[in-house]
Every structure is written in structure tokens, then in C-alpha cells.
Design a protein around this ligand. Structure first.
Ligand code: GLN
Length: 304
């Protein structure tokens, strides 16, 4: 396995030249364009790491499936999906067009920005501090890493420049999708996106879902149905408007973020975390995408 990872990472490092580091959130552009790393964990307790697996980066949209799990625990699955849909859009992750034109008066799914902000608005707590603390504690639990914290610089940069996210959130308040405070919901969302992780943390989340919502101790945290909901939404919507092609070429439920992270789940088998901040046009890690495609082919990992 070490040899396979070495070869695949090396091969895909070349692709990073053709991508770009996200720069629309102040601070994200400081990432090293050619960085690429992976952590792969399996059910037998093996851990394989390679390249920049231990570098910290902000989790960004990979936070969306994790926040969704807590929102489902807090409110029940039916309530969550009465406010957020379960259909892919084929639009960019930050698109707002369907909020107004769709027949369903709710964001299409929890993996795009609009849906994720609605999900964050459902996290319970007496104020925004308590809501975020509960969410961060949940992140710490599923990654089994007590040291997680958010990056203050990225959070404040996103809060300062997140006008489009803000516009979508106010629109959703008008539609009755967001029932709590808009600004508190945005604050929780911006902070959750700024949580710093490594590929090991993402692989741990992948393993948590691979075990159908169990920690490594065997403790069951979310129901089988909730785990199934998260994995299926990752498969259909997790790579945004690249999800269809990704399903065909890779076939592994995955979630990407503009910080360069990808978290992948092979049900009952593996959790994979990848870091590669050079992104393709759709906002997915270009090297990470290539690594997953090669791994899937070589190890026959597609779930289809
Ligand atoms: N925080 C980012 C945003 O709201 C997350 C987007 C992403 O990772 N695709 O734009």
C-alpha cells in the first residue's frame, strides 16, 4: 500500500500545477499550491499516510456533512429535510439561483452553501457561542481529536467578505427556512468552515461513517438511517456540480472543501482524508480528485 500511495501521490502532484488555490476568502491563498497528502484508515486498524498528510488546513465545506449529523441529532431527520432538500443542483456550490426559482421553497441539499447555512441554523444552543461550542465538541468527538480549534484569521476574513452567503441566509429567513437568528447562523457556519484539521482528522470522520456512525470504541452516536442519509448525500452532492462525473470515475462517497480537503467513506471498509489546496474550476482539490480516481481504479474501490 505504501508503494501504491507513493506512486499515485507523485503522479498527481503534477496536476496541482493546473489548479488554483482559493483566494476569495482572505487567508486561504497562503496555502502551498503543490501540497498534497493523504491518510487512509481501514477497518483492521491500519493507517497509511503519505506526503503533506499532517499539514493543517481549514475544513471549509467538509464541515457540512458533520454539521448535518448534529442537526439531525438535535432536530430529527424529518425536520431537517423539511427545511433542506436532498437533490443535487448541477450548479456551483455558492449558487443562489434556485433559492427563488425552485418549486420547493428550500435550498436543494445540505452540501451546497445555502443548504449548509440552513443546517447550521438548526444547531441547538442558547446563543451563538453555545451553538458553536456544541458543534466544535461534536467535531472533536467524531474526529476523536480534542485539540481541534477554528482559525480566527480565516473566520474573520470569511465573516467580512461573505456577502453572498449573507444574502442567501436573509433570503432563506424570508422564506421561513431559517427560523433562528440569521447572523447567529452565519457566525456558526463561518466558524465551522474555519476549523483546522489534517488529513488524519478527515480520515477519522470517514471511518466514523464507514462504521455507520460508531466511534472507534464501538459507541454508536448516530442511527444507521442518519449515517445512510449523510453518505448518500455525499455521493450525489458532495463534489458539487462535479458529483456526477466523480460518481462515474471514482464511485466513493466524498465531500470536498475549498481549503483543499476531501473526506471519503468506503462503507464498512475505509476512511480517507486528502489535502491538496490547488482546486479545479468547480472548487474541488485537483490533486485529491486524481488520487481518488487512481486509487479507486487500482484497488477496485468504486461502490458501484
Ligand atoms: N466557507 C466556504 C464558503 O462558504 C465553503 C465553501 C466550500 O468549501 N466549497 O464559501
Amino acid at each position: 500500500m505504501e508503494k501504491i500511495l507513493d506512486r499515485i501521490v507523485k503522479k498527481n502532484k503534477i496536476k496541482t500545477k493546473f489548479g488554483n488555490v482559493a483566494n476569495y476568502i482572505p487567508g486561504l491563498d497562503k496555502a502551498g499550491k503543490e501540497d498534497l497528502g493523504i491518510c487512509l484508515l481501514d477497518m483492521d486498524g491500519n493507517r497509511y499516510v503519505h506526503g503533506d498528510y499532517n499539514k493543517k488546513f481549514t475544513i471549509q465545506s467538509v464541515s457540512k456533512p458533520i454539521a448535518l449529523m448534529l442537526a439531525m441529532l438535535d432536530n430529527g431527520v424529518d425536520y431537517v429535510f423539511s427545511k433542506v432538500g436532498t437533490e443535487p443542483t448541477g450548479d456551483a456550490f455558492n449558487s443562489m439561483i434556485r433559492l427563488e426559482t425552485a418549486i420547493i421553497k428550500k435550498p436543494y441539499n445540505p452540501m451546497i452553501n445555502a443548504g449548509a447555512i440552513a443546517v447550521s441554523s438548526m444547531i441547538k444552543g442558547k446563543d451563538k457561542e453555545e451553538k458553536f461550542k456544541r458543534l466544535l465538541d461534536f467535531f472533536k468527538m467524531v474526529t476523536e481529536n480534542d485539540t481541534l480549534e477554528y482559525n480566527e484569521e480565516i473566520y474573520s476574513g470569511e465573516n467580512r467578505t461573505g456577502n453572498k452567503n449573507r444574502a442567501m441566509a436573509y433570503f432563506m429567513k424570508d422564506q421561513g427556512v431559517i427560523e433562528s437568528s440569521v447572523e447567529d447562523s452565519l457566525d456558526v457556519y463561518f466558524k465551522q468552515c474555519s476549523i483546522e484539521v489534517t488529513t488524519v482528522d478527515l480520515a477519522m470522520v470517514g471511518m466514523f461513517l464507514a462504521r455507520n456512525g460508531r466511534l472507534s470504541t464501538g459507541e454508536k452516536i448516530i442511527s444507521d438511517y442518519q449515517a445512510k442519509a449523510v453518505k448518500s448525500l455525499m455521493m450525489t452532492c458532495g463534489m458539487y456540480d462535479g458529483s456526477g462525473e466523480f460518481a462515474l470515475k471514482v464511485g466513493i462517497p466524498s465531500k470536498s472543501g475549498v481549503g483543499g480537503g476531501i473526506m471519503s467513506v468506503l462503507p464498512n471498509k475505509m476512511g480517507i482524508g486528502i489535502y491538496g489546496p490547488a482546486l479545479d474550476k468547480k472548487g474541488n482539490s485537483i490533486g485529491g480528485d486524481g488520487i481518488l480516481e487512481d486509487l479507486s481504479k487500482e484497488l477496485d474501490l468504486s461502490i458501484f
